[in-house]
Design a binder for this molecule. Structure first.
Ligand SMILES: NC(=O)c1ccc[n+]([C@@H]2O[C@H](COP(=O)([O-])OP(=O)(O)OC[C@H]3O[C@@H](n4cnc5c(N)ncnc54)[C@H](O)[C@@H]3O)[C@@H](O)[C@H]2O)c1
Length: 460
């Protein structure tokens, strides 16, 4: 039965990247056997159930089609390593919280354990693919670990960073802007790189599959995220200036974005970026630059994170000032908690910071979100305050003094705000951290409206 597959691919790490990425390969390539393993048994059980551990539009269909056919989720990592021809490593690489580089460097403990695990179990040559985002030159460490057993087995390490964005992961995987494959520029390195190219070429045009040396590939991923985050911080920094000068950030972004050299995307002013990657990857870039004595470069990228913190802090001050400098015992409804729309992921969500700061001000919180309430509860489990989690936005907003939009879910664009207004304490406040509602209309309903990067619309 097993022999019917052309290749056996294993992915170590069944998270937001490993799950969807490998499910897509399995969906597109029934000729390969794909196994995804994880140390987290609950996560694997969820991948094998009707309630997948992550929410991503279109993911359920793909998993249901391939699961049991050529896609398997398992906790048997040893067996997976033994039988695989190619191993993708997609474990988490969070920011280090201890020791040297705490708060800046990547914590590579999970990644190193995986490398050692591969060495311990492998019985035949393998291609190892770094999918996790890693500091430049990490592949060298991977190679050193894998060759520490006197080169009994040949391993070829490739870098194939993942560029998917949560919320649009399935489309990103099906129609990527590019796939990047970095390899050693040796004969065996290039051969292994080509083998990976052929896997993606099953559904992606080869013009979009780019190859490079391994270090450029590792660095490109971090730099891509740094550039994306930099755009957000750039527009957010200008939103602060707009609020001081009665300019409108949407008009500024439109005018600037019409320049084809700049482009229109990623110019929405907001409460700030979140997600598990942007901040971690920039801090990692900053750390590497400092390591090499490039302090000016490090400071430059560090400022992207500083502006993001500034933007979140500004939002709280805006709420506090508008609401007569006290939030004590005031019920405030947060519309959304996920770090962006169309995901249940709340890692580094600006909503976490806002929620904590509002609790410090002794406000009462009601949090609503169509997909992220389970994660929100975990994020705030240790805080000492009055927090409720209500899925229905109308019920969540009833009796509140203010509403604050945290996530740009489509759902929140067209709620019956007239009905919501009637159910709130007056004067009713509306803080739009994503600029997604019709501010003039809300003002006419009676709200005092505070958009991001635009003049406030108030009745007093
Ligand atoms: N989330 C994104 O949008 C995204 C996008 C591109 C790249 N990345 C990168 O991909 C990597 C994974 O991110 P993620 O969001 O999927 O993380 P995640 O935390 O969702 O998943 C990682 C998984 O690896 C498992 N794991 C850890 N150590 C293991 C081990 N030794 N053996 C087996 N399993 C192990 C964990 O249990 C977890 O389920 C990170 O380096 C991240 O920077 C993430």
């Amino acid at each position: 039965m097993e022999t019917k597959f052309e290749k056996k691919l294993l992915c170590i790490g069944a998270g937001y990247v490993g799950g969807p990425t490998m499910a897509m390969i399995a969906y597109k390539c029934p000729q390969y056997k794909i196994t995804i393993v994880d140390i987290n048994h609950n996560r694997i059980a969820e991948w094998n159930s009707d309630n997948l551990p992550i929410y991503e539009p279109g993911l359920d269909e793909i998993v249901k089609t391939a699961r049991g056919r050529n896609l398997f989720f398992s906790t048997d990592i040893d067996k997976g390593i033994k039988e695989a021809d190619i191993i993708f490593v997609s474990v988490n690489t969070p920011t280090k919280t201890f020791g040297v580089g705490a708060g800046m460097a990547a914590d590579l403990q999970y990644w190193e354990k995986t490398a050692r695990h591969i060495l311990q179990c492998a019985e035949s040559p393998k291609i190892i693919v770094e999918k996790s985002t890693l500091p430049v030159k990490t592949a060298l460490a991977m190679e050193r670990i894998l060759t520490s057993d006197n080169n009994k087995i040949h391993f070829e390490v490739l870098s194939n960073p993942e560029f998917l964005a949560e919320g649009t992961a399935i489309n990103d995987l099906e129609n990527p802007d590019r796939v990047l494959i970095g390899s050693r520029q040796t004969e065996s390195g290039i051969k292994a790189g080509n083998e990976l190219v052929e896997i993606y070429a099953n559904w992606i045009n080869k013009e979009r599959i780019i190859t490079s040396d391994i270090w450029s590939s590792e660095l490109s991923k971090i730099v891509s995220n740094a550039f994306l985050a930099q755009r957000i911080s750039s527009i957010n920094s200008i939103s602060a200036l707009c609020e001081k000068t009665d300019a409108d950030i949407n008009d500024v972004a439109r005018a600037v974005g019409f320049d084809s050299r700049i482009g229109k995307k990623f110019l929405n002013a907001s409460i700030g970026f979140g997600g598990s990657c942007f901040k971690k990857d920039i801090l990692n870039l900053v750390y590497i630059c400092r390591h090499y004595g490039l302090n000016e470069v490090a400071d430059y990228w560090d400022s992207v994170v500083k502006i993001n913190d500034f933007q979140k802090g500004r939002f709280i001050i805006k709420m506090l000032t508008a609401m007569f400098n006290t939030l004590v015992n005031k019920k405030i409804c947060l519309l959304g908690f996920a770090f962006k729309a169309n995901t249940g992921d709340t890692r580094e969500s600006p909503a976490i910071y806002i929620a904590k700061r509002l609790i410090e001000e002794k406000a009462e919180l009601v949090i609503t979100d169509p997909k992220a309430l389970k994660n929100a509860k975990m994020d705030l489990k240790d805080i000492d305050g009055n927090v409720k989690y209500i899925e229905d936005p109308y019920e969540a907003a009833a009796g509140s003094y203010a509403i604050a939009i945290m996530t740009e879910w489509d759902l929140y664009k067209n709620l019956d705000y007239e009905k919501i207004y009637k159910s709130m304490i007056k004067p009713a406040f509306f803080f739009d951290g994503r600029n997604i509602v019709d501010h003039q209309k809300l003002f006419e309903i009676g709200f005092n409206v505070f958009p991001t990067g635009k003049p406030a619309l108030t009745h007093f």
